[in-house]
Design a protein around this ligand. Structure first.
Ligand SMILES: *[C@@H]1O[C@H](CO)[C@@H](O)[C@H](O)[C@H]1NC(C)=O
Ligand SMILES: *[C@@H]1O[C@H](CO)[C@@H](O)[C@H](O)[C@H]1NC(C)=O
Ligand SMILES: *[C@@H]1O[C@H](CO)[C@@H](O)[C@H](O)[C@H]1NC(C)=O
Ligand SMILES: *[C@@H]1O[C@H](CO)[C@@H](O)[C@H](O)[C@H]1NC(C)=O
Length: 471
């Protein structure tokens, strides 16, 4: 008898809880709209004009209502909210435990109900809760320390409130300097965002605390357009519906990942098989065969042309010295997988242009670095033992852009570190221009091979060592 009753009794209890939740929501919504009103007033105050003054000056705007009463009410709601959240969380946990060993039909109904609770009740509750906690009475301008920078004029360029909140400097709570020695933190966005204002506003127009739209493609478009770094967002990134446990590392390196661990909605393909080089509609053109891991396995351990260097030969140049590095390539992480077998840790750059490159690298148990060419590398000077590049920087690249990129690579390579240019290809007549780009750094040449790719195109492969720069 009791076994039958348990789920039903729980259900009734949860419905009762839901009714309390709805009641609290009414209070919340009124307070949340108040919060919105404060924030807007705060951000507008520097635009001058008397019309905005009343939103922000304590004497005028707050005269009409009792700040203390509001504070008390907020405190009370916060306490009740925390209690309710705890209750709901524990109910969900209990349901999880009970659902083990039940019939399939029942479990599905419960799973759906559980999802409903999580997405429709608990998450909005959390975000309302956080919104309440974020209520701050705006600080009058006089508090600003003399000499500290004025509010960034860029703030008023944007209209979506979330963007304005993001770029406003955030003072430290205790007024002291932070671990980084600054007493304000300035979230930044790339200035090219101004050129993509419409897309950025679309990107930042979301419900705080809820699920983000499935819009990483828009984000990537912004990044490639120079709006990089993008603002962080306060919504939850979507994951694939049935995420499977990843394989152990001894199997994951050379196994095609599980289709279910990728969200395919923004690609031409819907599974890994479709990404094969035989499929003309696979959606990407560089590194055509790189999702076929049996082919990838041959790279850097067998050579088919003079321009192919073997990992063994390269590492033999600096025995035991090459431990960490960066692979700037378009690929699925096979170079990092191979190097891992030689006990070298490689971070692989990846953008998801037409295929799930980042997910694939990560599912293989390797580190994808989601970064564009627009950005300075997030490594400190003189730190890496190796930079490897293939299939990425080719004859398409502007010479001045290449110059900036190479200087940045030189910055992060340590003295004695290796630059492995792996089959850079370009038009034969452009070779001199590109060669000079690499030669200008006066690296020591361990290997330097130019060979024909086709009648008009050539490969350049080189293994170069950064000299000591002691001055
Ligand atoms: C900010 O930091 C500087 C030192 O870096 C300090 O002199 C100044 O008083 C600080 N300002 C505030 C408002 O704490
Ligand atoms: C991988 O390692 C696990 C234990 O660490 C072992 O049980 C499994 O057989 C290994 N798989 C392969 C393919 O070697
Ligand atoms: C392969 O590499 C070896 C040693 O690095 C070299 O002697 C040989 O000529 C290469 N083969 C081809 C086809 O390039
Ligand atoms: C990598 O490290 C492991 C454990 O330290 C060692 O057994 C193995 O021989 C190393 N492999 C290479 C290629 O150095």
């Amino acid at each position: 008898m009791e076994r039958v009753c348990v789920p039903r009794c729980n259900f009734t209890r949860i419905m009762a809880l839901l009714q309390i939740v709805l009641g609290i929501f009414v209070i919340l919504i009124s307070i949340a709209s108040l919060h919105r009103f404060y924030s807007v007033g705060y951000f507008l105050h520097s635009t001058d004009g008397d019309s905005c003054q009343k939103f922000y000056t304590i004497n005028d705007g707050y005269a009409d209502f009792d700040v203390k009463a509001l504070n008390d009410r907020v405190e009370e709601v916060l306490i009740r909210l925390s209690e309710l959240q705890d209750k709901l969380e524990s109910t969900i946990q209990k349901m999880d435990k009970e659902s083990k060993g039940r019939s399939a039909a029942k479990t599905i109904a419960r799973t759906e109900f559980r999802m409903f609770l999580e997405e429709e009740v608990i998450q909005p509750l959390y975000s309302a809760h956080v919104a309440l906690r974020l209520i701050r009475i705006p600080q009058p301008d006089a508090v600003r320390a003399p000499g500290s920078p004025m509010e960034d004029p860029l703030i008023n360029f944007f209209t979506v409130e979330e963007t304005r909140k993001y770029v406003t400097g955030k003072g430290n709570r205790d007024g002291k300097a932070s671990v980084y020695g600054a007493n304000k933190t300035y979230n930044t966005i790339g200035h090219a965002c101004v050129l993509m204002r419409k897309e950025l506003e679309e990107y930042m127009n979301y419900d705080i605390g809820s699920y983000c739209r499935d819009d990483w493609n828009l984000a990537q478009k912004l990044m490639l357009g120079g709006c990089d770094p993008l603002p962080r967002r306060r919504c939850l990134a979507r994951a694939s519906r049935l995420y499977q446990r990843p394989l152990p590392i001894n199997e994951s390196l050379w196994t095609t990942p599980d289709d279910r661990n990728v969200r395919w909605s923004n690609y031409n393909c819907r599974d890994f098989k479709c990404l094969s080089s035989r499929n003309p509609r696979r959606g990407f053109s560089k590194c055509t065969g790189c999702f076929e891991l049996h082919k990838e396995k041959l790279k850097w351990v067998t050579n088919t042309s003079l321009a192919d260097f073997l990992i063994g030969d390269v590492l033999a140049v600096k025995p035991g010295e090459i431990r960490i590095g960066l692979d700037v390539s378009i690929g699925t992480g096979s170079f990092a997988a191979r190097m891992r077998e030689w006990n070298v840790t490689i971070v692989s750059t990846a953008l998801n242009v037409g295929a799930p490159f980042s997910e694939t690298i990560a599912l293989r148990g390797l580190i994808p670095l989601y970064a564009t060419l627009n950005q300075r590398l997030p490594f400190f000077d003189n730190t890496l033992d190796l930079i490897h590049t293939s299939v990425f920087l080719d004859g398409w690249i502007d010479l001045q852009l290449l110059d900036f990129v190479l200087f940045d690579w030189d910055r992060v390579l340590r003295p004695g570190g290796l630059l492995w240019v792996d089959k850079f290809f370009c038009n034969r007549k452009d070779l001199d221009d590109y060669m000079y780009m690499f030669l200008q750094f006066r690296y020591r040449k361990h290997k330097w091979v130019v060979s024909f790719k086709s009648k008009d195109e050539v490969y350049l492969s080189a293994l170069l060592e950064k000299p000591p720069r002691s001055l």
